[in-house]
Design a protein around this ligand. Sequence first.
Ligand SMILES: Cc1cc2nc3c(=O)[nH]c(=O)nc-3n(C[C@H](O)[C@H](O)[C@H](O)COP(=O)(O)OP(=O)(O)OC[C@H]3O[C@@H](n4cnc5c(N)ncnc54)[C@H](O)[C@@H]3O)c2cc1C
Ligand code: FES
Ligand code: FES
Length: 1357
Amino acid sequence: MSCPSQSSDELVFFVNGRKVTEKNVDPEVTLLVFLRKSLRLTGAKDACGTGGCGACTVMVSQHDPVCKKTRHFSVMACLVPLCSLHGAAITTVEGVGSIKTRLHPVQERIAKSHGTQCGFCTPGMVMSLYALLRNHPQPSEEQLMEALGGNLCRCTGYRPILESGRTFCPEPSGCQQSGTGKCCLDQKESNSPGGKSDICTELFVKDEFQPLDPTQELIFPPELLRMAENPEKQTLTFYGERITWTSPGTLQDLLALKAKYPEALLISGNTCLGPAMKSQGHFYPILLSPARIPDLRMVTKTSDGLTIGSGCSLTQVKDTLAEIISELPEEKTQTYRALLKHLQSLAGQQIRNMATLGGHVISRHCYSDLNPILSVGSAVLNLLSEEGLRQIPLDGQFLAGLVSADLKPGEILGSVYIPHSQKWEFVSAFRQAQCHQNALPEVNAAMRVRFKEGTDTIQELSIAYGGVGSSATTAHSTCQRLLGRRWNALTLDEACRLLLDEVSLPGSALGGKVDFRRTLIVSFFFKFYLEVLQELTVGVTAPEPADSQRYPEIADQFRSALGEFQVTLPQGIQTYQKVDSHQPLQDPVGRPIMHLSGLKHATGEAIFCDDIPRVDNELFMALVTSTRAHARIVSIDSSEALDLPGVVDVITAEDIPGTNGDEDNKLLAVDKVLCVGQVICAVVAETDVQAKRATDKIKVTYEDLKPVIFTIEDAIKHNSFLCPEKTLEQGNVEEAFENVDQIVEGEIHVGGQEHFYMETQRVLVIPKTEDKELDMYVSTQDPAHVQKTVSSTLNIPISRITCHVKRVGGGFGGKVARPAVFGAIAAVGAVKTGHPIRLVLDREDDMLITGGRHPLFGKYKVGFMNSGRIKALDIRCYLNGGCTLDDSELVTEFLVLKLENAYKIRNLRLRGRACMTNLPSNTAFRGFGFPQGALVTESCITAVAAKCGLPPEKIREKNMYKTVDKTIYKQAFSPEPLIRCWKECLDKSSFHIRRTQVEEFNKKNYWKKRGIAVVPMKFSVGFAATSYHQAAALVHIYTDGSVLVAHGGNELGQGIHTKMLQVASRELRIPMSHLHVCETSTATVPNTVATAASIGADVNGRAVQDACQILLRRLEPIIKKNPEGSWRDWIEAAFEQRISLSATGYFRGYKAFMDWEKGEGDPFPYYVYGAACSEVEIDCLTGAHRKIRTDIVMDACCSLNPAIDVGQIEGAFIQGMGLYTTEELHYSPEGVLHSRSPNEYKIPTAADIPEQFHVSLLPSSQTPLTIYSSKGLGESGMFLASSVFFAIADAVAAARRQRDLAEDFTARSPATPERVRMACADQFTDMCEGPDAPKVRVPALLITWPLEDLVVSYSKA
Ligand SMILES: Cc1cc2nc3c(=O)[nH]c(=O)nc-3n(C[C@H](O)[C@H](O)[C@H](O)COP(=O)(O)OP(=O)(O)OC[C@H]3O[C@@H](n4cnc5c(N)ncnc54)[C@H](O)[C@@H]3O)c2cc1C
Ligand code: FES
Ligand code: FES
């Protein structure tokens, strides 16, 4: 049917109120590509392309002629095929508001509430909020959380974004304390910026916000309204190069087409087909779209059930279920409730708006959240074809894909019938995912039981699981065998055994985690058992049984197995010190000034690298990477790729005119590859799609080499290291071990971490016609390094290359070294072809190629007295450096230097070494080794605490630095701010009271446990070399008085440009509005160092200060002469008097050095101190946790900008929380990274942040060393998130104590649900561990504790 020569129909839709008519639309083009490339609306961003991040969110409006309503809903534009939009109106962030015309309140509030840092996620956030407000101008907090559940942000930690959203929610009525109309929780009033106290708790002034006026929104275009009211019936067809899209106007036509092309697929929400086509290369030449057929969106309610059209979106299904639940008695809505529960956590809002019930059922994902429930709820599929209606059950056979139970060729799914549940019937559903929201379940389950009327005898039982096989699995035989049995402990015990037999997961099961998933199979059944029991005893669902004595009662402490953690809108207070009352109003230093680009982020007008319009003759580059972990390259055959249309060239190492990287670290592989993902060559083509497709046609022949090493353990075995071991030692460790009361040895593993900056690596290289000059626009933290690398690669002087960095969509260390590699490869392509080259990595390639935080394996031996005083500590750490050196030696050095954290241990030996493995090279990452290393140190503390029977905080206090002292490397410092942070944190968090409350809770609850932990931090800022602290600035004053500030720091979202203008404003004594930063460019400020190590604002601030002071000195005579004159008068006079109005400023750097031979030095200019307390609650049966509260106290000294600094602390904390709880890298046995998208790699979402999240900046102490006594806070917050890890460990320890298990189990980070569940060992874990695992407890449920206790007390009646 595909026939590009035939003419396509016209596609008509509106974008931001303007009509778009597309005559030759390609079915493979998505809305996102069309907006960005054809309409040049670059507000919506491409950060994953698979629906997992929300950066591309836009709003679609469609009119429904049946209910006469216009529906507004958010979608992921990266998954919306353009062809599906006939008759729709699209609103993008540009259509919502603009800084040039009028800002929308959503845009204003997100920016002014400091909800943007790098700004890459912001347009998506704005659109999710905007769509919410179009439907609910005064949303509830629950609706707000739901609306943002599909949007990821890697910078802010979400709190300020949610805060901005909360300003639209109705004001809580408060407790109306003493009839004053005020709430006792409202502490803010007296602490506002204008209040009397010198402590502030408001970072923005809500009263200044413009109100939301729904009447100002764009109306639905009348032309589209007419189209919707009088729909055309004829079929629309769009022919592409490879795919034909057909959109019939009637059901008959659809069925006729399906009969004619039985192999053609229906395409509904494209949330299953789209990712499969993109990532797995699936290809379907004919697609039939049912979108224009209202018959498939009908909902019918009958006396016995509900029939939902297959074309209804999951959001519509959710609304329908909520409605019917409110209408019918509870006993009839058991299945609907279970479905509704899972629909609340299935994907994000945008995906639920797009995905259809039909697509969901038919795609039969093994992890489907709905199919298991539909299956146990006896749903029936209404199949339609030209032959008429056929009904099949949605049962195990259908889910298993048996041909006999499936759709026939020519059939489509018309609707799904879901019967009402009945009296004496109970349905429940369970799911466990890596995190609360927007995460695919690892295992889910649906269970239904029906009792013989008035008894607890099982008449019907259905159980289905997802995530335990290649499709959803029903436990048919178990259910059959339990018919006729009573609902008691005996049945529970037998059911568990039968389930584990029937639902078997082989050791090699896809997705791994076999023991965990087997454990969930029975843990879920246990929960179901108790839920039903509870209903039978106290529920209102079931009528009183004939013999009420029959039901066993659940003992109080076991009730905690019931109930799941709910997502709530977090609350938080941010406290900082007000500026001195004598500080001039115009001086912005110390004030919470909004990010300079905040408003532009919010309107989509902030330009990122790939938003730069296409330049003349531009070509695209895509990279070919190794598929082998260690191999010789035998040959590279590019012939097939070069024959493809649009392909211009293939760039290999032979094309490099200069040097190809280093001997051990080639830009493009020569002869051999050292890891999967190593770049071998690059394709240059006319379009990105052509370039990407051609990479698959490059044939690389390999010859595998040995050894292949992936793990640290293997590297140690093979003596495979990247650099020598680094050691620091003080005292006499061996001797001290002989004089201690106790010694503990332990090990800890800390997993790696992906940077997951929202903007992937990208570069645009424009070769100039003269003198071999190149202009490069690059997303980097270190443009000088890019420039230098390109220079040596092309063999041209550095001066010919100019690197421009306007802004970077997040870096976190991942854009220090790598952008130079991509820049150099693209530059080779540009020089060879003579064309500008754009290289934009997609998320998969970015994750595959770039490496991240070093995984760590630490061993410790700690000697201590029974009092908890540590006398000797020996820590040895190994980092997995990957296949090349990169920054691994530096990371190792920093790791060792920082390992002691806040503790004074007289006899201390710290060692670290980076292993060489066949994985992509790991690199710099926020904290640079500290977040991994200090976790080992803190684990020693908890191990000592467990042995001494003391709480860990006592051990911490006992061993903390207390007076002016020297570190292990003999750097003198005063720990006074550390002690203050610690004490304030204990105080502000009411730690001791809450510790008691936690213990009380734990006594009363067996299956849920709480944990609390407080950790101290001493974090060293800066590089261990003076030359790395130098910085320069260039300040020009123009004759109109406006000032251009350039400096060597890069805007990564951390607000460095904002801070620099605050500095310039103070120094020049002019308002910030006179000042401007254009970009960072190697042409204005040369030879810069990377913006990293938390020191960027500090050193560049000094350079800006220097330049401004030079200028002011030059202006002083003029000012003196005319003190009443204006800034502009003085500048004009200066110009007349030929005074230079341009100055460079320079900062020679802080003194810093380290002598590793002697183990001594002053490697760091200063330290940041802090402390954090976190409390969590875990579900011992699933491993899930909720973060109840976090309190952070950080010593920021005199913050340059408290809003930005609080943002850095919160953002780093949440990123650290990801490191320690959810972010897990998965590799295949061949070393292929599996976790290459936000669906497989879970960074925290808005639902994961602490329910109460308080940050306070310690009232200032002066550090004269730094600019205005401020401190760099970019990285330190990361480690404080270990308080969450240790709180989880504390909760697990409580569970283990109660189960009589050793408390000091081997810890592993991240503390994923799997690890938490398996550490809370019980009967269920025993049942499930591999066949060889020792059975330490009696596996028979019946004869061990909980159930015996649980069933003995029969109902009193
Ligand atoms: C980011 C993301 C997160 C997700 N998270 C979850 C989650 O947490 N839990 C979960 O269960 N699922 C999750 N999903 C999966 C999602 O539920 C499914 O992709 C979705 O329901 C499929 O519906 P669709 O309309 O988009 O189907 P499409 O992609 O359009 O089609 C899917 C299949 O169904 C067929 N089809 C569609 N309609 C019909 C019809 N009427 N008759 C016959 N065949 C038809 C198509 O031909 C195709 O084979 C997630 C998906 C994404 C992208
Ligand atoms: S880019 Fe569309 S969801 Fe990530
Ligand atoms: S501000 Fe959200 S990703 Fe950077």
